[in-house]
Design a protein around this ligand. Structure first.
Ligand code: PEP
Length: 251
């Protein structure tokens, strides 16, 4: 059966020393409990090696927030999936709405990134989600389906099964405006249905679908209680060890 997962997305926050301190705090707090979910932190590229040195990888997974859409070569400033994997990280966030919005990521570039992640043994945490206008004009379900179909449905069932999905309504990211637990459940159930149509019910049932968008200790319990919400991708609240752990322990 699918896993419950809480993953932090630190975005472009913390210096290396600050990030190492935060990772140590999360690691220590995790050592004291037996969480009912997998816990992952996705950190800036510069932080991967030093953070990897201070965490217990048996209890805390490590991921990057992006990787390049080329394997190697003359792409100044880019960081490849192989480089990410060589730090000890095993996850990579792909297709975050901020990457789509500010850096022009498309389903075509994301296909390349997913392939390179797989080649290097990284598990993609693949983000999808509609903007406010699409929610309001009733196209949210079509938009989310298209994001999945265009970037992922060329994959074999075996490869698709390695993906973690994160539904993140863009209007809820960093805005303090959470989707209600019913809105999240409705979309997650829809996504699972889309997967079932293509790959069958077993693959759909085994896919972890995380919710992201202003998830906090105060609303995580209600969200995670929904049958199709398998955890969260956490932005702002992942920058404070206590808040992050408050979400982890919501399971
Ligand atoms: C995110 O960026 O993945 C996210 C969910 O951010 P926040 O929790 O801050 O809304």
């Amino acid at each position: 059966m699918r896993k419950n997962i809480v993953a932090g997305n630190w975005k472009m926050n913390t210096t290396v020393p600050e990030g190492v301190t935060l990772a140590k705090e999360v690691n220590e707090k995790l050592a004291a409990i037996t969480p009912k979910c997998d816990v992952i932190i996705c950190v800036p590229f510069t932080h991967l090696c030093p953070v990897n040195e201070v965490i217990n990888s048996e209890k805390l997974g490590l991921g990057a927030e992006n990787c390049a859409d080329h394997a190697k070569g003359a792409y100044t400033g880019e960081v490849s999936a192989a480089m990410v994997a060589s730090t000890g990280a095993t996850y990579v966030i792909l297709g975050h709405s901020e990457r789509r919005q500010y850096y022009g990521e498309t389903s075509e570039t994301l296909k390349e990134k997913v392939a390179l992640a797989f080649e290097n043994g990284l598990t993609p945490i693949f983000c999808i989600g509609e903007v406010l206008e699409e929610r309001e004009n009733g196209t949210a379900f079509d938009v989310v389906k298209k994001q999945i179909v265009d970037a992922l449905f060329h994959l074999s069932a075996e490869d698709f099964s390695k993906i973690i999905l994160a539904y993140e309504p863009v209007w809820a990211i960093g805005t303090g405006k959470t989707a209600t637990d019913d809105q999240a459940e409705e979309m997650h159930a829809f996504i699972r249905g889309v997967i079932a149509e293509k790959y069958g019910q077993e693959v759909a049932d085994n896919t972890s679908i995380l919710y992201g968008g202003s998830c906090k200790p105060g609303n995580a319990k209600a969200l995670f209680a929904k049958p199709n919400v398998d955890g969260g991708l956490i932005g702002g609240a992942a920058l404070d060890a206590e808040s992050f752990m408050g979400i982890v322990t919501a399971f």
